[in-house]
Every structure is written in structure tokens, then in C-alpha cells.
Design a protein around this ligand. Structure first.
Ligand code: 13P
Ligand code: SF4
Length: 403
């Protein structure tokens, strides 16, 4: 009998996730050149250590909290998006910034560092599907819609860090600000001091959670702008009356946590504290006990008493690392099934070794560069974020303390 199996066709998206092919419309870049060491090579740890030692102070390695253990061990600093942006800006002496995170983070590092410094993303396929949900052409079209409704002049654009440099440039050009999960409230306060409403890009959940749960706005003050519908699917009246115009974007990783997962863990583990990232849906954040950035989540667990039980709703690499680091506490993953960020996971030890060894050999691979005009405007929006009052505190508040 002959097999009926038909190999599925590669789509442009599948190829991108595999680090092959290119898509100019995607926030992540293009395929990686060069020969990677095989993942099974026995000496990868020693090779990474040797390459790093050979480069010395010329290289600075930044690691986002969602990175794999095999990579995070080589990070000079680990952090959430906000902390990593600040750390990149604070290393003028490092010739090379190797960014173990995703594409939009490396772009922001390039914008915040000097022209003499090179930012390297070990795998260009490490993008962010949420960032891809807001393309510059779509956002420009949305701004036209707002202008036609007579509200663009009284709207301040605010973009989550998880957006392309193009979008940050747009926001900078229109007098707005970037925010991260650790300073969204402060960014929105700043924006509402300057306008009647906010266009919040691209994460509807962070926007809604911050506006409604943290700032006390009414759910009806928020409208959802769908870039795939004419006029965003909204009437001019809706746009005029809205305080928050939320872009229809989301994180597919955090979107997996549901109210059911919260209720199930509460039944299973009496007394458990549910701690989630603000990219989770509104009903999940509402049902949780605490919400905060990845840096906040780490600090909350470090400060927790021995014997306490925690169900954490964020990416699995971080939750697993916390469980290993705190064996005296009961730490569990909020969802029953595995939930990695596939693009964050693109950065593995072979890619890191390859990027570092190429630098030792005098070759810069996978450099991330932002064109000067975009960078100038994006920098204005990033600098505004870094200057927000209280921006030195990279933590969010316990949800129970909100409004
Ligand atoms: P943090 O800024 O909390 O690290 O979040 C970044 C991110 O991409 C979460 O999905
Ligand atoms: Fe993007 Fe979500 Fe991955 Fe964060 S976890 S990098 S928002 S896809």
C-alpha cells in the first residue's frame, strides 16, 4: 500500500519561524546567513564562554527573562523589556551588544545606542507575532480615519515596546510615547495630560487592563480598532466618545491563559496566589491576585515566604526557572499545557555561539539597524518613556491595590 501522506506546503510565515525566507512586512528580519554549530555539539558551553572571554568588555550580552537557560547563563544582565532598554542605553563602552531577546527589543537597543555600537540578534527569526499585528501602513491609515473623524489632533498615540521601530517612529512623530508592561500606567497618565484620548498600539489587553483595572476608566471608554475592517469597524461617534482606542493586537502566548485556568488552579491548590503578566486577557487579570511585568514577577517570588503557593501566567522558560530557583515555594504554571514563546526560543546556544565566534573572527553577523529618520523619531518616543516620572522603578503594582 502506498502512503497517502502529503507534505504540507511551506508558507512564508512557517519559513520565517524556521529562520528561512524573508518577509518585508514582518517585524522580524530575514534569514540568517552562515553555518551554525549543530545543537548536539558537546562543547557549545565551552565555546560560548571562550568567545565571550576573548571579546572581553567589547561585548555586552543582554538576556530577556523568557530566554532559555542555556542562553541566559551567558547574559551579563537579564531583565524585562524596560530594564533591557535602559541597560542598552547605559553601555556606551560596549562595541557589540548581543541581544538575546526578540527583534523589536534589538531595534530599540540600536536606537538607544551610539552609531559606533553594533547590536546583534543571534537569530533574525526571533520576532514577535504581536508586533507584527501593527504595520506602519495600517497605523497611518488608522490615523487618517481619526483625522476624518476630527479626533487626530486630540489623540495621543502610545505604543507598547512590542512594536516595530516604524511604529515607534510614527508615535514619536505624533508626539506620543513608548511604554512597557512596567510603566504603562505612567505612560497613559502622561498621555492623558496631553490629549483627550489615546490610540494604544498594538496590545489591546495591556491597554485595556491598564486603563480599566489600574486607572479606573470604564470598559465603555475603550473601543477596539480592527485594522482589517473599513474605518477600523468603528463609527465616528464611537471614535469621538472613546478615551482609549485599542488596536486589535494580542500576544498568542499570553492569550492561552483563560479564566478556566485560574478557577481550576484555585480549586486544586487552596490559598494559591495567581500572578499574571498584563498581556493576559482582561478576565484573567481580573481574576488574578497580582499582575506585573516579568521583572515584577521575579521580585514577587523572591519576596514570597517559604511554603507559599504561586500559579504564574507567563512564558514557561521563566516560570520553570523560578520554580528551580525557589524549591522552598510551590511554583506552578497557570496553564495545564506547555506554553513557550516560539520566537523567543529561536535564540539557542548554537546561534549564540555562532554570533560570538563570528565577532571574535572580526565579522559582524545579524546586525540590527534602524534607518536614521525612523530612529530619530522613535528615539523621541523612547526617551520620553525613559523620562517618565518614577521610570526607575521597573515594577507594577499588586492588582489588589488597584483602584
Ligand atoms: P516584559 O517587559 O514584562 O519583560 O514583557 C515583554 C514581553 O514580550 C512579554 O511578552
Ligand atoms: Fe511577543 Fe508574546 Fe513572545 Fe512576548 S511572549 S515576545 S509578546 S509573542
Amino acid at each position: 500500500m502506498t502512503s497517502t501522506w502529503v507534505e504540507p506546503e511551506n508558507t512564508p510565515l512557517a519559513l520565517l519561524l524556521l529562520g528561512q525566507g524573508s518577509d518585508p512586512a514582518a517585524e522580524r528580519g530575514v534569514e540568517c546567513p552562515g553555518e551554525l554549530p549543530p545543537p548536539s555539539a558537546p562543547d557549545l558551553v565551552a565555546r560560548a564562554a571562550a568567545a565571550k572571554a576573548a571579546l572581553g568588555d567589547r561585548v555586552f550580552v543582554l538576556g530577556h527573562h523568557y530566554q532559555r537557560d542555556e542562553v541566559i547563563q551567558f547574559a551579563d544582565v537579564t531583565g524585562d523589556s524596560f530594564k533591557l532598554a535602559r541597560e542598552a542605553a547605559a553601555r556606551p563602552g560596549a562595541e557589540y551588544i548581543v541581544f538575546c531577546g526578540v527583534h523589536f527589543m534589538a531595534e530599540s537597543a540600536d536606537i538607544l545606542t551610539s552609531d559606533a555600537q553594533r547590536v546583534i540578534l543571534p537569530d533574525l527569526a526571533a520576532g514577535c507575532s504581536m508586533a507584527d499585528m501593527a504595520a506602519l501602513s495600517q497605523v497611518e491609515a488608522a490615523w487618517e480615519v481619526l483625522a476624518d473623524a476630527g479626533v487626530a489632533g486630540s489623540t495621543v498615540p502610545v505604543t507598547y515596546m512590542n512594536s516595530s521601530a516604524d511604529i515607534k517612529g510614527f508615535v514619536g512623530r505624533h508626539g506620543g510615547v513608548v511604554c512597557t508592561s512596567s510603566n504603562a500606567r505612567r505612560a497613559l497618565d502622561w498621555a492623558f495630560d496631553r490629549g483627550q484620548r489615546v490610540l494604544f498600539l498594538p496590545d489591546q489587553h495591556l491597554g485595556r487592563n491598564t486603563a480599566v483595572l489600574e486607572m479606573g476608566l470604564d470598559a465603555d471608554d475603550c473601543v477596539l480598532y480592527d485594522p482589517h475592517k473599513p474605518g477600523g469597524g468603528l463609527t465616528e461617534k464611537q471614535l469621538r466618545e472613546a478615551k482609549m482606542i485599542l488596536w486589535r493586537g494580542h500576544c498568542s502566548v499570553h492569550g492561552r491563559f483563560t479564566l478556566d485556568s485560574v478557577e481550576e488552579v484555585r480549586r486544586r491548590v487552596p490559598g494559591v496566589t495567581v500572578l499574571v503578566h498584563p498581556e493576559c486577557r482582561y478576565e484573567v487579570v481580573t481574576a488574578a491576585d497580582q499582575v506585573g511585568s516579568t521583572e515584577y514577577i521575579i521580585k514577587a517570588i523572591e519576596a514570597a515566604p517559604a511554603g507559599s503557593a504561586w500559579a504564574i501566567g507567563t512564558e514557561l522558560n521563566l516560570v520553570r526557572r523560578l520554580a528551580k530557583a525557589h524549591p522552598d515555594k510551590e511554583i506552578m504554571f497557570l496553564d495545564r499545557s506547555v506554553c513557550y514563546c516560539s520566537t523567543m526560543n529561536r535564540i539557542d546556544l548554537p546561534h549564540l555561539v555562532w554570533a560570538l565566534e563570528e565577532l571574535v573572527a572580526g565579522r559582524v553577523v545579524n546586525q540590527i539597524t534602524v534607518d536614521p529618520d525612523t530612529a530619530r523619531h522613535a528615539r523621541a518616543a523612547l526617551d520620553q518613556m525613559l523620562a517618565l516620572p518614577g521610570a526607575e522603578r521597573p515594577v507594577s503594582t499588586a492588582r489588589n491595590d488597584w483602584v
